[in-house]
Structure formats: structure tokens, C-alpha cells
Design a protein around this ligand. Structure first.
Ligand code: 13P
Length: 251
């Protein structure tokens, strides 16, 4: 059965020292606790290796927030999936709306990134989600289906079964305006139905679909109680132990 997952996305926050202190603080807070979900920290590239070393790998997995769409070579400033994997990170967040909007990452580019992540045994946490105008014009289901199918539907069933999805409505990210539990459940059920049609019941039922967008201690329980919401991808509320622990404990 699919896993419950609470993943933090630190985005471009914390210097190395502060990030390491945050990871160690969370590691301490999780000691001796019976947690009902996998916990992942998506840190900046510069922090990954240190965070991997600092935390108990049985309790906390580490994710990059991006990787290159090329294998290796003359791509100044890029970080390959192989490099990410060599740090001990097990996950990579791909297709975040901030990458799509500000760095022009297209479905085709993201397909290459997903393939390279999988080739290097990284689990992609693949983000999808509509902007407000798309929801207001009732295009949100089509957009999300397009994002998934363009980047992921050439994967074999075996490879697709390694993907984690994160539905992040762009209008809810960093705005304090969370999707309602009904809106989240409605979209997650639609996503799962889309997966059933392509890969069948088994794979669809085993795929974790996380919700992201202003999720925090006060709404996590309600969001996670929906049958098709298998956890969260948490931005702002993952930046302190005090705010992140209650989200983890919402399971
Ligand atoms: P916030 O939780 O800050 O809204 O960010 C969500 C997000 O983008 C996680 O990837």
C-alpha cells in the first residue's frame, strides 16, 4: 500500500549552518517518536551531503530540489542526478511550479530530468498544479493531466511505480490560501483515476500523492484525512522544528 509522506521543501532558504541546525533539531525531535509517515527534507544542493550525514537515515530522507536535464559535461552551474545521488540523497523534487515559471522548465525538459533521476536511483517527487486563472476557467483538471502525461506517461509501469506525485495548486503556494480539503481530495481522486486509466488499479493505488500549498499545523490533519491525500510537500512550515513537527504528527 502507498506510503504516507511529509516532505519539507526549504526552497532557497537557510545558509549551511542554519540548515544543518534545523535538520539536527528535527532529527532530535523525532528520536523515540512513533511516526506514521516517511519524513523527507528537500534542502539546497549545498546542504545535502551534510544533512545526509547529520540525520538518522531510518527517520529522515533527503531530497534535492532540482537536478540537471543532462548527464554530465560542459553545463556550468548545473548539478546532475548522479551528483545528487552520490551525496546519499534518495529523492529529488522535480517540476516545482517555481522551476516551471521562473526557469522555464517545460514538460519535455522535466521528462529528461525524471528519466535521469530514475536512472540514478533517485525517487522523483514530481510536482503538478494549476495557476489561478486555469482553475477559474475550469481548466485545472486538463492542466494537471497534461503535466503528468507529458512528462511521465512514457515511463514503464515499473518506473512509474517509483514516482511520488505532489499536487501543488500555484495559487496556494506561499499565499496562506490553502486548497480546501474538498478541493484537494477532488483533484487527488482525479489524479488517481488518471493513473488507473494509464497504469491500472495496482500502480495507481500504490502511488503516493502529496498536497502542497500553505499546508501547516492548523490544516494538515484535515487535508491528510482525505482518502487520496497521502501527505504533504511543505514549504514555509518546514523551516522550523516547531512548525514542521505538528505537520508530521498530523498522521
Ligand atoms: P508553502 O508551504 O510555503 O505554501 O510552499 C509549498 C510548496 O511550494 C512546497 O513545495
Amino acid at each position: 500500500m502507498r506510503k504516507n509522506i511529509v516532505a519539507g521543501n526549504w526552497k532557497m532558504n537557510t545558509n549551511l549552518q542554519d540548515g544543518l541546525a534545523l535538520a539536527k533539531g528535527l532529527n532530535e525531535a523525532l528520536k523515540g517518536k512513533d511516526i506514521n509517515c516517511d519524513v523527507i527534507l528537500g534542502t539546497p544542493f549545498t546542504h545535502i551531503a551534510s544533512v545526509v550525514d547529520a540525520v538518522d537515515a531510518n527517520k529522515i530522507g533527503v531530497a534535492a530540489q532540482n537536478c540537471a536535464d543532462k548527464v554530465s559535461g560542459a553545463y556550468t552551474g548545473e548539478v546532475s542526478a548522479e551528483m545528487v545521488a552520490s551525496t546519499g540523497a534518495k529523492y529529488v523534487i522535480l517540476g516545482h511550479s517555481e522551476r516551471r515559471a521562473y526557469y522555464h522548465e517545460t514538460p519535455a525538459i522535466l521528462k529528461d530530468k525524471v528519466n535521469l533521476a530514475l536512472a540514478n536511483n533517485l525517487t522523483p517527487i514530481f510536482c503538478i498544479g494549476e495557476v489561478l486563472a486555469e482553475r477559474e476557467s475550469n481548466k485545472h483538471f486538463d492542466i494537471v493531466k497534461y503535466q503528468i502525461s507529458e512528462s511521465l506517461f512514457e515511463l514503464s509501469a515499473e518506473d512509474f511505480s517509483k514516482i511520488v506525485l505532489a499536487y501543488e495548486p500555484v495559487w496556494a503556494i506561499g499565499t496562506g490560501k490553502t486548497a480546501t480539503a474538498e478541493q484537494a481530495q477532488e483533484m487527488h481522486a482525479f489524479i488517481r483515476k488518471t493513473l488507473v486509466e494509464k497504469y491500472g488499479e495496482d500502480i495507481a493505488n500504490n502511488t503516493s500523492i502529496l498536497y502542497g500549498g500553505s499546508a501547516n499545523a492548523s490544516n494538515a490533519k484535515e487535508l491528510f484525512s482525505n482518502p487520496d491525500v497521502d501527505g504533504g510537500l511543505i514549504g514555509g512550515a518546514s523551516l522550523s522544528v516547531e512548525n514542521f513537527m505538528p505537520v508530521i504528527e498530523a498522521f
